[in-house]
Design a binder for this molecule. Sequence first.
Ligand SMILES: N[C@@H](CCC(=O)N[C@@H](CS)C(=O)NCC(=O)O)C(=O)O
Length: 112
Amino acid sequence: MSYVLYSYPDCASHVVRMVLEEIGAEYRDEIVQLSAGSFSDKDFLRLNPRGMVPVLADVSTGATLSETGAILSFLAEQSGRLSPDSSDAMARALYLQRIYFLSNTLHADAQI
Ligand SMILES: N[C@@H](CCC(=O)N[C@@H](CS)C(=O)NCC(=O)O)C(=O)O
């Protein structure tokens, strides 16, 4: 399974990178260039009409995803390593707690 991570260096895209590394996924970083303060490049807007990073492209299917929480959930479930394989509500909530911590708390606070 290989991916392209559309990102920007001084940006919270690194939480997606952390999970890609954690699951041992094959991926490459594609840095989206800022132009006049906005990611408005036409090609990039085809991937995410909101013009925001991160965006993850699945090379095998051509599908693209935006929104950090959705990307992290997809990677966790696709890898079968980070998400619970039971339908137990508390196990699922504890899994989501970790995903939301990365996407809502760490994502918002951290800058590299
Ligand atoms: N809700 C989005 C927010 C993503 C976001 O804020 N991305 C910023 C960089 S960290 C961005 O693309 N900014 C570009 C712009 O506003 O033009 C998510 O969770 O992925």
